[in-house]
Design a protein around this ligand. Structure first.
Ligand code: NAD
Ligand code: IPM
Ligand code: MN
Length: 346
């Protein structure tokens, strides 16, 4: 597989994930071949680009991609992200971004009613279109009339496939889908989204569903997080909801993600939900669990559900003890301490 540690704590949490992967692969007799790439803001600053011109071609034949985080002060985010992360998601048609979250035993949620074992949901984020588009521009720079225009692009095929994915996933869980919308305020795209959700839902009569406006949904995620099972949302809504849900589960440091090309034509990419966290980078205190859980999702995707389950079980065990929980989760462990605990629980 290809490994791109990236920037800041990305490198720290990917190193931890690799240790855990190696240990579990050894126990399950899985052979893992890593090809590491130093593509990052550091590379941008020294060589003028986030990745080489043939970077995507080099990734194309990988079975999977493990990524840390991209972005660092000194390189504008739209340059670093559109120079590395977003081209990977788009070129490889990773149109599904799965972001599961659970409140684990041992973790105290900042949300009063969110009790361990009760909150267990997945944000299914549309990952290649919607509000994230290159269409638009900045006009009249320096004039009082200056404006910035960003077009959101929703295609019938794009909305249909993400909604179908969400309904199919719900069937394997509690059979309940919530669609994130904003058709009361956004005139064109969200009514279109709603229409397609209703159409596709009709094909899954066994799955309960509803639609919630994104603003109200954000509030309900805090007030009644246990209510939700699968939440399907556009690129931007899914992005925001996934950090919110992660915070409900204690910290964004714990949240994993799988950027999937469900057709299997291209490699899928696994990365924690969080970013490079410049405020804590280099201190060795980042929570590695988001990256480790992402690595488990990768093993599952590669056909090793047993090994994946063993990693998740190690995560669960490590969270029971404050001495092996990281600081963002109210514990005292540093990255290394969490990693060693995981290794001991495998
Ligand atoms: P961030 O996720 O990096 O950090 C937000 C806050 O959460 C910070 O206070 C940070 O210390 C904390 N945090 C994040 N991960 C943590 C962990 N594993 N353990 C403990 N605490 C953790 O978000 P940001 O500050 O908005 O972005 C920083 C940079 O990362 C920006 O350049 C941004 O564009 C980039 N970013 C990249 C990705 C990605 O590569 N997928 C995702 C999000 C942000
Ligand atoms: C994420 C990140 C990215 C996104 C940014 C850094 C472009 O926030 O993976 O959640 O919005 O997709
Ligand atoms: Mn995000």
């Amino acid at each position: 597989m290809a490994v791109i540690p990236g920037d800041g704590i990305g490198a720290e949490v990917v190193a931890a994930a690799r240790q855990v992967l190696d240990a579990v692969a050894d126990r399950h007799h899985i052979e893992l071949d890593y090809t590491g790439y130093d593509w990052s803001c550091q590379r941008y600053l020294s060589q003028g680009s986030m990745m080489p011109a043939d970077g995507l071609d080099r990734l194309r034949d990988a079975d999977a991609i493990l990524l840390g985080a991209v972005g660092w002060p000194g390189v504008p985010d739209h340059v670093s992200l559109w120079g590395l992360l977003i081209p990977i998601r788009r070129t490889f048609r990773q149109y599904v971004n799965l972001r599961p979250i659970r409140v684990f035993e041992g973790v105290t949620s900042p949300v009063r009613g969110a009790r361990p074992g009760e909150v267990d949901l997945v944000v299914v984020r549309e990952n290649v279109e919607g509000e994230y588009s290159e269409i638009g521009g900045r006009f009249g720079r320096g004039f009082p009339e200056e404006q910035a225009v960003q077009e959101a692009v929703f295609t019938r095929a794009g909305v249909t496939r993400i909604v179908d994915h969400a309904f199919a996933l719900a069937r394997t869980r509690r059979s309940y889908v919530t669609s994130a919308t904003k058709s009361n305020g956004i005139v064109h795209t969200m009514p279109f989204w709603d229409e397609i959700v209703a159409e596709r839902a009709a094909g899954h009569p066994d799955v309960r569903w509803d639609a919630e406006h994104i603003d109200a949904l954000a509030a309900k995620l805090v007030l009644q997080p246990e209510r939700f099972d699968v939440i399907v949302g556009s690129n931007l809504f899914g992005d925001i909801l996934s950090d919110l849900a992660a915070a409900v589960a204690g910290s964004i440091g714990i949240a994993p993600s799988a950027n999937l090309d469900p057709t299997g034509t291209f490699p899928s990419m696994f990365e924690p939900v969080h970013g490079s966290a410049p405020d804590i980078a280099g201190q060795g205190i980042a929570n590695p669990l988001g990256a480790v859980w992402s690595a488990a999702m990768m093993l599952d995707h590669l056909g090793h559900p047993g090994a994946a389950a063993q990693i998740v079980a190690a995560i669960e065990a490590s969270l029971l003890d404050p001495a092996t929980r990281s600081r963002d989760l109210g514990g005292t462990a540093d990255t290394r301490g969490v990693t060693e605990a995981l290794l001991s629980h495998l």
